[in-house]
Write a protein that binds this ligand. Structure first.
Ligand code: SER
Length: 881
C-alpha cells in the first residue's frame, strides 16, 4: 500500500527535520509534572514550559508524533467517537514547533509545502480551505497574498457569545496555559465543485474536515478572564495522523485507513460481525486502542481520576460489544492479536501484554453482570415511556443502585432518540449528597483559608529535635504576631523536625519550646509548601522570630515508622503472592495501625492472608536495613521502584529500599531495620468497592496485645465450656449436636401439648350463625406454638373463626385465624383491628391469619371479647339465608 500510516508519520518528521527541526520522541500519555491535565491532549503539552519561558528551551525547532488522548477536560471527543468518521479517543498528533524562532509566515509556508508539493503529500490545492481568526489580518494576508489561496476559500471565524477569544480559531491547551489565535487547514471531501463560505460553515465537519491546526502562541491564560502576553512568540501545530492518512489513502473515513482496518478486521473476525461499517465495531476499535495504551501507562480502572476515564472507555466498549452480540470474555482474548498489530509501530506495548490482558479480563468479568441488569432495567423504562423521555430519577437509580454508569445511559438514550431529564438527575444526586452529609461533623479546611507563600525545610528524617524560628502564627484563622498561654493556634517555622500529614502518613505530635514556654503540637499538616504545627500554648508566649526547639514525640513517631515500613513490606508481599495486578489505591499509616487499599479482583481467603503475614514476618525476622535515597525518576524506574505512576513526581524522587524485597517511591518516615517492626498481624480484610480490597494490620506491641486478647478470649471460652482450649472445636460440635437433639425433643413435646390444648379447646366451640367460633386464652405460651395451634385447628375444623390470646403479665399477644370459606364475611385482620382498638395495641396481617399485641387490663378482657363476639355476629350472614 502507498502512503501507509507509518510512512506518513515518517515523511512528516523527515520534512521538518529537513527544515531544521529536531525530531523528539512522543512523551507519555500521562503529562509529566502538569497537574492541569489529565492526559496528554496535544503535541505541545510536553513543551509547555518552553512556550511560557523560552529561555528554558533546549531547542528552537522541534517536530514530534505525539500520542494523545482526548476524553476529559477541555478537549473531550469520547461522545463523538463512532458517530463521526473522524473523532478518536486515542490518536497521534503530528506537530512542528518553533520557540521564539519562525512565526506565522514560515509556519504557513511549511504546512502548505508539505501538503501540496509533489515531492511530499501532493494534495490538490483546490481541495484545501482555510479558516483564520476574525481579527488576524496578518494571517489572512499571508494565505491570500503569499500562498495565493483564493479569497472565497479563506474563512474568518469569530467569537462565540461575544466573548473575546472564545472561538474555534483561538486555541488553548486547557483552562490555563499557553494559547493564541490559530489558522486551520481543511480538506474538502465532497466532489461538488463550487462552494461558498456559507457552504463551508454549514458543512464544516461534514465534508470539510480540519486536518491541520497552526497555533500562534502569544499568550498565557492564567484564569478564565485573564491572558498575559508572552515575551516571545512561538508556533504550535497539530495534524491528526489518522485524518491525514484518510486523505492520503483516499478513503472517506478514518476507520477505513490501514491501521484501523487491521483492528476492525480482527475484531469482526472474532465476533462474526460481517458489516465492517457497524458503528459499534468502530467504537470498539477506537476504544481498545486507548485501553491498550492506557494500561501500558500503568493506569488501572478505578472510580476516580485517570482510572475512571479508563473504566468509562472500557465500559462503553463492553456495552457496544454486548450490542453486537459479544457477550463475555472477549477483549482479553483478542488483546494479544490487537497488540501484535499495534506493536508494528509501538514495539514497547508487547512488554505489558500480560498485564493488559489481565486487567481487561477483570474489568470485563466485573462489569458484565451490571451491564446485563442495567440494560434490562433501562430498556423496560424506555419501552414504558410515552413521551420519549427518561426521568432523572431512573438515571440516578440505575447509577446509584446498580452501578450502571450515567454516560452509558446517556449514550444508549442518544442512540434511541430518547431524551434524558438531566436536570432532575442532578437534583437527585444533590439530594443524596446532602443526605449522606447529614450527621457528618463539619470539617473546616484551614487549607483554604491559610495561604502562605513560603516554605519550611523538613529535617525530621534524621533528627527528632532541632532549633528553628517562628515565621507566622495563626489564631482563629487570622495571622497574628504572638500567641499566649491557653490559646489554640498554628505555628509556622523556617524548618522543623515534625512530619506533616501526607502520603497517607499522619502528622507528628510533640512540643515546641524555649525557656519556660511550651506549645503542645497536637497535629502537623501541610499548608501549600509550608508546614503548620497545630496545637496549644500551655505555658508562656510565642512570638514571630522567636527561636525555639522542635521536639517530636519519639514513641509516637516510632510507632508510625514501624507501621509505614510494614506497609511497604505488605505492598511487596501482596504483589509477590497476588501478582502485579495489585496496585495501591490508598493507604493510611498511623501510630496504632495501618490500612492499605489495593486493586485486586478476587476474594482473599484466610490462607492468602496467612501467606501474606508469613512473608512480611519473614522479612521482619531478617532484620534488614531500611534505607532512603534520592535519585532521578528515571533511575528509580530503572530500579523498578514501585510508585503510584498515576501521581506526579518531581524529577528527583526519594526511594525507600528494604533490601531488594521492597523498593518504593516514598516521602514518609521509616524505621531503620525491619526487625524493629517486631510482629505484623492482619486484623481485618474486606472488599471496599468493586475490585478494591482493604487490609488493616497492626505491628509491634499492638500486635502482641491483639494476640493476648485473642488468647484471653479463648481461655474464657474454654473455662465456660469446661474443656481445654485445644479441645474447644470438638466441644462446640458436640454441643451443637446436643442442642439439635434437645430442640427436636422440645418440639415433639410441644406438639403433644398443642394437641392436648386443641382437644380441650374444641369443647368450647361456639356456633354463631352456623359458623364455628373458638376463643381461647393462654398464659405464657410461645408465639410459634400458637401459630401451629391455629394451623392445626383450621385443618381440623375446616370452617372456623379462631382467636387465641396469650397473656404475659399485663401484656398480650393475639393471633386470629379465619378459614378461607369465611373470609368474604370476616377477615382475621379485621378481628385484630377491632380488638386492638379496645386495647391500644398494634397489629397487622392478612385475611386468613393476623396477629397483634399490646397492653391489656385483665379485668377488661371478658368485656372486650363480648363486644368482639357481638360484632362478629353482626358481620356473619345467616347460613340459611
Ligand atoms: N495544539 C493545537 C491542537 O491541538 C495544535 O497542535 O489543535
Amino acid at each position: 500500500m502507498k502512503n501507509t500510516t507509518n510512512e506518513i508519520r515518517q515523511k512528516f518528521l523527515k520534512f521538518f527535520e529537513k527544515k531544521g527541526h529536531t525530531i523528539l520522541p512522543s512523551s507519555s500519555l500521562i503529562p509529566a509534572n502538569d497537574s492541569t491535565l489529565l492526559f496528554t491532549n496535544a503535541g505541545m503539552n510536553q513543551f509547555k514550559d518552553f512556550f511560557l519561558n523560552t529561555e528554558k528551551k533546549k531547542y528552537s525547532r522541534i517536530t514530534t508524533a505525539q500520542r494523545c488522548l482526548r476524553t476529559g477536560g477541555k478537549h473531550n471527543d469520547l461522545e463523538n467517537v463512532g458517530y463521526t468518521e473522524r473523532h478518536h479517543t486515542f490518536f497521534e498528533m503530528l506537530g512542528n514547533f518553533s520557540f521564539d524562532d519562525y512565526f506565522k509566515k514560515e509556519a504557513i509556508m511549511y504546512a502548505w509545502e508539505l501538503l501540496t508539493s509533489k515531492e511530499w503529500f501532493n494534495i490538490n490545492k483546490n481541495k484545501l480551505w482555510i479558516s483564520v481568526y476574525k481579527d488576524d489580518e496578518e494571517t489572512y494576508n499571508i494565505w491570500l497574498n503569499v500562498i495565493k489561496v483564493p479569497a472565497e476559500r479563506i474563512i474568518r471565524i469569530g467569537d462565540k457569545n461575544n466573548t473575546k477569544y472564545n472561538s474555534e480559531n483561538f486555541w488553548q491547551m486547557g483552562d490555563t496555559g499557553p494559547c493564541g489565535p490559530c489558522t486551520e487547514i481543511f480538506y474538502n471531501y465532497n466532489i461538488k465543485k463550487h462552494y461558498n463560505s456559507n457552504d463551508f460553515l454549514e458543512n464544516k465537519n461534514e465534508y470539510f474536515i480540519e486536518i491541520w491546526n497552526i497555533v500562534f502562541i502569544e499568550y498565557n491564560r492564567i484564569s478564565s478572564t485573564k491572558l498575559i502576553p508572552l515575551k516571545y512568540k512561538s508556533i504550535d501545530t497539530g495534524m491528526g495522523l489518522e485524518r491525514i492518512a484518510s486523505v492520503l489513502q483516499n478513503v472517506k473515513s478514518n476507520y477505513e485507513i490501514d491501521i484501523f482496518q487491521k483492528l476492525i478486521h480482527n475484531i469482526s473476525h472474532f465476533s462474526n460481525i460481517k458489516n465492517l461499517n457497524n458503528i459499534s465495531l468502530k467504537i470498539i476499535s477506537d476504544h481498545i486502542r486507548s485501553c491498550i495504551f492506557l494500561i501500558y501507562e500503568n493506569i488501572i480502572p478505578s472510580n476516580e481520576h485517570r482510572g475512571y476515564i479508563l473504566r468509562r472507555i472500557i465500559r462503553r466498549m463492553l456495552r457496544h460489544a454486548y450490542k453486537i452480540g459479544i457477550k463475555k470474555n472477549f477483549f482479553y482474548k483478542i488483546a494479544p492479536v490487537l497488540i501484535e498489530k499495534l506493536s508494528e509501530n509501538f514495539k514497547f506495548l508487547k512488554e505489558k501484554e500480560k498485564k493488559i490482558k489481565e486487567i481487561l479480563k477483570i474489568e470485563e468479568i466485573q462489569f458484565s453482570e451490571t451491564l446485563e441488569k442495567g440494560l434490562k432495567i433501562l430498556n423496560t423504562e424506555i419501552n414504558k415511556t410515552s413521551n420519549k423521555k427518561i426521568s432523572g430519577k431512573t438515571v440516578f437509580h440505575l447509577y446509584d443502585t446498580f452501578g450502571f454508569p450515567v454516560d452509558l445511559t446517556l449514550d444508549i438514550c442518544r442512540e434511541k432518540k430518547i431524551k434524558v431529564d438531566l436536570n432532575s438527575y442532578y437534583l437527585e444526586k444533590e439530594k443524596q449528597k446532602k443526605q449522606s452529609n447529614i450527621g457528618n461533623k463539619f470539617y473546616e479546611n484551614y487549607n483554604n483559608i491559610i495561604n502562605i507563600n513560603d516554605n519550611c525545610i523538613f529535617e525530621g528524617y534524621k533528627k527528632n529535635i532541632i532549633t528553628a524560628s517562628i515565621k507566622y502564627i495563626y489564631v482563629n484563622k487570622n495571622s497574628v504576631s504572638s500567641i499566649s498561654e491557653g490559646e489554640d493556634g498554628i505555628i509556622f517555622l523556617d524548618k522543623t523536625s515534625f512530619y506533616p500529614e501526607s502520603g497517607g502518613q499522619i502528622g507528628d505530635i510533640g512540643e515546641l519550646y524555649y525557656k519556660n514556654s511550651r506549645f503542645i503540637v497536637e497535629n502537623t499538616k501541610k499548608y501549600g509548601n509550608t508546614i503548620g504545627h497545630i496545637g496549644k500554648v500551655i505555658i508562656g508566649t510565642f512570638k514571630i522570630n522567636n527561636v525555639l526547639y522542635t521536639k517530636i514525640n519519639k514513641l509516637h513517631r516510632h510507632q508510625i515508622q514501624i507501621n509505614h515500613s510494614a506497609t511497604h513490606l505488605l505492598h511487596s508481599a501482596l504483589r509477590n503472592i497476588l501478582g502485579e495486578v495489585v496496585a495501591q489505591k490508598g493507604s493510611l499509616v498511623t501510630n496504632t495501625r495501618l490500612r492499605f487499599d489495593f486493586s485486586y479482583p478476587k476474594i482473599l481467603n484466610l490462607s492468602d492472608i496467612q501467606k501474606i503475614e508469613n512473608i512480611v514476618n519473614t522479612e521482619i525476622q531478617k532484620n534488614n536495613l531500611i534505607k532512603a535515597q534520592n535519585c532521578s525518576l528515571e533511575e528509580a524506574k530503572k530500579k523498578k521502584a514501585i510508585a503510584l505512576f498515576e501521581n506526579k513526581y518531581d524529577s528527583i524522587v526519594r526511594v525507600v529500599f528494604i533490601k531488594n524485597f521492597s523498593i518504593e517511591l516514598c516521602g514518609g518516615t521509616h524505621t531503620t531495620r525491619t526487625g524493629n517492626i517486631g510482629l505484623f498481624k492482619i486484623i481485618e480484610h474486606s472488599s471496599i468497592s468493586s475490585g478494591i480490597k482493604r487490609i488493616e494490620a497492626i505491628t509491634g506491641f499492638k500486635a502482641i496485645k491483639f494476640l493476648h486478647d485473642q488468647e484471653n478470649n479463648i481461655k474464657n471460652i474454654s473455662i465456660s465450656l469446661k474443656t481445654k482450649s485445644t479441645n474447644i472445636k470438638e466441644k462446640i460440635e458436640k454441643l451443637i449436636i446436643k442442642i439439635k437433639y434437645l430442640e427436636n425433643k422440645v418440639n415433639m413435646l410441644q406438639a403433644k401439648e398443642n394437641r392436648y390444648q386443641i382437644k380441650k379447646m374444641i369443647k368450647n366451640i361456639e356456633n354463631i350463625k352456623g359458623a364455628k367460633l373458638l376463643i381461647n386464652t393462654f398464659k405464657n405460651y410461645d408465639y410459634q406454638s400458637l401459630r401451629s395451634i391455629i394451623d392445626q385447628l383450621k385443618k381440623d375444623l375446616k370452617s372456623a373463626i379462631i382467636i387465641l390470646i396469650n397473656k404475659n403479665n399485663d401484656n398480650f399477644n393475639i393471633i386470629t385465624g379465619v378459614t378461607k370459606d369465611l373470609i368474604e364475611q370476616i377477615t382475621a385482620l379485621e378481628i385484630i383491628k377491632n380488638f386492638i382498638q379496645h386495647t391500644n395495641g398494634k397489629g397487622g396481617g392478612k385475611k386468613e391469619i393476623a396477629e397483634g399485641g399490646g397492653c391489656l387490663n385483665i379485668i377488661n378482657l371478658s368485656k372486650i371479647l363480648k363486644i368482639i363476639k357481638s360484632w362478629i355476629n353482626s358481620k356473619l350472614k345467616n347460613k340459611n339465608t
